[in-house]
Design a protein around this ligand. Sequence first.
Ligand SMILES: Nc1ncnc2c1ncn2[C@@H]1O[C@H](COP(=O)(O)OP(=O)(O)O)[C@@H](O)[C@H]1O
Ligand SMILES: [Mg+2]
Length: 387
Amino acid sequence: MLVGDSPAARRLHDEIAGAARTHAKVLIVGETGVGKEVVARRIHAQSARRDAPFVAVNCSGIAETLLESELFGHARGSFTGADRDTVGLLRQANRGTLFLDELGEMSARMQAILLRFTETGEIQPVGADRPAGRVDVRLITATNRDLPAQIAAGAFRQDLYYRLNVIQIVVPPLRDRAEDILPLVRHYLERAGAAHRLAVPGIHPDAAQLLIAYAWPGNVRELKNITERLVLAEPDGAITPDHLPSEIREARATLPPLSLAAPGAPPPAPPAAVSRAPAPPTVMDAALSEHGLDRVASLWNRMAAGEDFWSVVYAAFKARELTRTELAAIIDRGLHTTGGSYTMLLKVFNLPPADYKRFHAFLYQQECNLPVALYRKRKAGRTRRVA
Ligand SMILES: Nc1ncnc2c1ncn2[C@@H]1O[C@H](COP(=O)(O)OP(=O)(O)O)[C@@H](O)[C@H]1O
Ligand SMILES: [Mg+2]
């Protein structure tokens, strides 16, 4: 099950379908916990090999000699304790798919053995006098390492890389597909609720905001673990910021200090329509120098006149003509104008909807992704669920 409907997740679905139509080798790259194994399993399940086995092997944390005999099998008496012939995993995966995870951890000798296998398709069991025939196995490999860098450093064989990297699928980190965070949280809340026969809690908007702002260094694996713990904590109705682990609650602390002053001021009601008129000065403006205020106003007015965010604000920021606080002040004004909607903010800044991801990534990178909860009119009741 591959949860997610972000543009990145949809691209991934297309790439999986494309890979499943062929028998070519696939190299899946991405940070730990992003779902590389899920992708490998989906490719197998959608391919013509789906009725044959999918065998997964992790190349890290397994001794090199053991890995060789795991993969290729061994002859009786080939080493102490080898009291009978064994069939290796490659044979077990015949007509199916072998998934080699953490490829970047493979020793030089194992790389040479794997290269030979990709060239001949022959199985050479450990300690056997002759090859034990060929197998028909599709290889899918995965790594969180930068293999080209490892090749440059002499730690990975370039010829093996070329062999394995026929189709490459990049699984982006969760922070680069923030739209997938809440669907994943809901998915795993429901799963954990069903598994433990516990009520499935809702997500309070303030908690949702923190979950989205958090960088998720452990990606989906981390999200899954945290979500499961949330269900077991049996929150009353909805998950609030208090239920979240401190590293997520502190996601807010990484925002510019100015935005933290905002909750004190009553957030204005969202306007009925998006207005192009200069937004009223906000609390954030108070921290800007007179010069900074002028700069913010001038850039704002250029966007109000029809120029887009990239050529006005982004360009000024990249040219170091705009400080991060001033950038935050512009976003702050914009969110006041749109009542906290980033989608509408794109329109205000003259950007097409397709730029959403890039826009959000930029704000995220600069820690200017101000939490929308600060700009929304608060509804009564603590347990409103995010739609
Ligand atoms: N898109 C997704 N939808 C649902 N679960 C996912 C998704 N991506 C990853 N997971 C879950 O996250 C965990 C880590 O995924 P895994 O494929 O093992 O990551 P990796 O191999 O990249 O470290 C697994 O429990 C997996 O089921
Ligand atoms: Mg893995």
